[in-house]
Design a protein around this ligand. Sequence first.
Ligand code: KIV
Length: 286
Amino acid sequence: MSTTFTLDTSTSRANPTPAPMKRLTVPAIRARKGGEPLVMLTAYTVRMAQLLDPHCDILLVGDSLGQVIYGLPSTIPVTLEMMCAHGAAVVRGSYHSVVIIDMPFGSYEASPEVAFATASRVLKETGAAAVKLEGGAAMAPTIRFLSERGIPVMGHVGLTPQAVNQLGGYGARGRSDAERAKIIADARAVDDAGAIGMVVEGVVEPIAVEITQAVSCPTIGIGGSAQCDGQVLVTEDMLGLFERTPRFVKRYGDMASFVSEAAAAYAAEVRARSFPTADQTYAPKS
Ligand code: KIV
């Protein structure tokens, strides 16, 4: 997919003007069960959305933005306002991918009605196509309630970071028989409730495989299995922006070194008065 750019003369910034294209739809994503693997990455900003969009099927505005963008200790403090602001930016920066937005902790768990109010606000304020929520069987009535009222919902089972205080950390799940049975029952309940897909995070691999075979909707693995119907990573982890990343992350770049080296070069040139040069300054009219 190619993207051309037009120059906004008032800001001198190049804005992508993609070839006319139809955005992928939720039914098209659901129909990918067992087919070509779904490519999903997180995006929080317009420019990152523009860069990722041509390569992805789904852009997830994850509540991981709490840690990645805001330096928060977990996803617990993330607010609905943050999700809506970043969600709208990602929709503005994308033309092809389905945009899905995480509902933040505390904004949907109390009842299906509360979840409907939150999810409808998210879709109205952002233009995204679907929401994601964490939880298994306990969230199934909510997933059904929203789905039956026109709001597509992606589930999230296994390691659910919003439950970090209950889980006691971010370790892989499903090492005991009881935990394994619970995670698989959760996945079945989310599927039966009408989820358009589900993130399967941080589980021992056979569980991710079993869930993928057991459910009718696509599974998107993160710390799951290559046999899931798709994969997701936090983009900044994948780009190597952080020194430490979880075991399931593969780094496809070294953005931390790139940024540090560029900043060091800039700082040295500013201190040596070798930036700006004639190329970056305005000459008076002759
Ligand atoms: O918040 C997030 O980025 C997520 C992904 C890790 C799946 O939920």
